[in-house]
Design a protein around this ligand. Structure first.
Ligand code: UN1
Length: 494
């Protein structure tokens, strides 16, 4: 089956006449569909369509825009199972998790639909008599939405739903590995009543992304992906002063103190480290364990990791799916080798799975390294795969230093039963997200999502914080005194 771009409300082929294949990473023989290998000209057409549609969409009252989002959320909920299956087929994570991904899109779309009747600004008293002062949120224009493959419906919804409720129009470029979930999402928006040109879809590679981050008619670029590509997006967008929202890498830590509940902490590390095959920007790829609990913790983690059932995410008994692509798997294999060479102890896993049906996909064993030192590359660099680096600490202070000792700052967590330690860690870990007695993954849609340092550029998505990315403040003064009043100069007599 061949899928097309959506530009100005019409489903059209790329001008290139070229297509790319979308294949199942658990079974390369399973061809899901062919998608448009779009050109910068296709992307420019989409920007032009979005620009035209903006002039009327911005004037639709926000509660009306929100009603469309509400209908879209209902439609996604009705089709949740089909969308989850499509997603598992195209990117590999297990069905339970793709259902969660679709659910996250439902939640975000409902949440932003609710914002249609809020979009709160401020009303404040004026310093002058008979004068009214307020701030309102204004739409900005055309938003480029460039999204990754690991949350193929959730992350697009985090960007598109707030962009729309604020009155912007969108050009959406999904990752080339997950175009089907993007088509599913855009079709639902169309069916729910989003007018032609308000959301445009262009599938394709880096040159499409470049056009979308440089085009002078684009006002906002919202990007989730690697730190390296985020830097390029930022540079591309700088000459035209676009508002740029970047959500990038992570090297998230779970701290396990000696007073932690062992089983709970092990389960958290297992889910945080190997959920989504470690392919979350929030994944718990580092664990710092108090030396008094280290042996017991490592024994239990290794036992549980070694017992995880790896396979096709469509099989309900499977707990961990494949890496998303050959390239991603190659990165995992490379880092396992780096870990070995650095002198970390390989405690379990460490190999690609190739026997039988595994040979048709990109499977790798859940892998745990022990005796890792904080400066090792496997403890510093984002791997985005099923590899967990376990380190020792002698105190909370040391754990916090290790936790903060990376270039990223997305998520962190502590397992402890000591409230003082929990609050100290909460204060001192320099991340955008923090958990107590829970792993580093699993953020909910109604709080800000994002990170510090090389993880982000100071913005947050999700929650009402997302509205700050997709709207611009306008301060408005209404003088109803009928005379000239000069602020800061005409000080009324008391
Ligand atoms: C991501 O990995 O890019 O908090 C997003 C979580 C999910 C979203 C992760 N709700 O793990």
């Amino acid at each position: 089956m061949t899928f097309q771009n959506c530009i100005g409300g019409r489903w059209v082929p790329s001008r290139s006449g070229k297509l790319f294949d979308n294949r199942n990473p658990a079974d390369r023989d399973d061809l899901i569909g062919r998608f448009q290998e779009s050109t910068p000209e296709d992307a420019a057409d989409a920007v032009a369509a979005a620009r035209r549609a903006y002039e009327s969409w911005r004037l639709v009252p926000a509660p009306r825009r929100a009603e469309i989002l509400f209908r879209a959320a209902q439609l996604i909920a009705e089709r949740k199972e089909d969308f989850a299956r499509d997603m598992t087929r195209e990117m590999g994570k297990v069905l339970e998790e793709t259902r969660g991904d679709v659910q996250e899109a439902i939640d975000m779309t409902y949440f932003m639909a609710g914002e249609g009747r809020r979009l709160y600004g401020q009303t404040v008293p004026s310093e002058l008599p008979s004068k009214f002062a307020m701030s309102i949120r204004q739409p900005i224009g055309v938003c480029s939405v460039i999204t990754p493959w690991n949350f193929p419906m959730a992350i697009p919804s985090w960007k598109i739903a707030p962009a729309l409720v604020c009155g912007n129009t969108v050009v959406f470029k999904p990752a080339t590995l997950t175009p089907l979930s993007a088509v599913n999402f855009v079709k639902v928006l169309e069916e729910a009543g989003v007018p032609p040109g308000v959301v445009n879809l262009v599938t394709g590679g880096a040159d499409v992304g470049t056009l979308l981050s440089t085009h002078p008619d684009v006002s906002v670029v919202s990007f989730t992906g690697s730190t390296a590509v985020g830097r390029t997006v930022s540079q591309h967008a700088a000459p035209t002063f676009k508002k740029v929202h970047l959500e990038m890498g992570g090297k998230n830590v779970i701290i396990v103190m000696d007073d932690a509940q062992l089983e709970l902490a092990v389960e958290g590390c297992l889910w945080g480290g190997f959920g989504t095959t470690g392919q979350r920007c929030t994944a718990a790829s580092r664990v710092v364990v108090h030396e008094r609990l280290y042996e017991a913790f490592v024994d239990a983690l290794v036992r549980r990791a070694g017992a995880l059932r790896v396979g096709s995410g469509l099989d309900p008994s499977v707990q961990m799916g494949p890496s998303v692509s050959e390239a991603q798997l190659a990165t995992v294999v490379t880092y396992v080798e780096i870990g070995r060479q650095e002198g970390a102890t390989l405690l379990t896993g460490g190999s690609r799975l190739t026997a039988g049906a595994y040979a048709r996909g990109f499977f790798h064993e859940p892998t745990v390294f022990g005796d890792v030192r904080p400066e090792m590359r496997i403890a510093q660099e984002e791997i985005f795969g099923p590899v967990v680096a376990v380190m020792r600490c002698a105190s909370l202070e040391e754990a916090v230093t290790i936790g903060n000792g990376v270039t990223y700052g997305l998520s962190a967590s502590i397992y402890t039963r000591d409230v003082n330690r929990a609050f100290t860690a909460m204060r001192d870990l320099y991340t955008g997200i923090f958990y107590v007695n829970a792993p580093t993954i699993g953020a909910e849609v109604h709080l800000p999502f994002g990170g510090t340092k090389s993880t982000g550029n100071g913005h947050r998505e999700a929650g009402t914080a997302a509205l700050d990315v997709f709207s611009e403040w306008k301060s408005i003064y209404v003088d109803f005194s009928g005379r000239l009043q000069r602020a800061q100069i005409d000080t009324p007599e008391l």
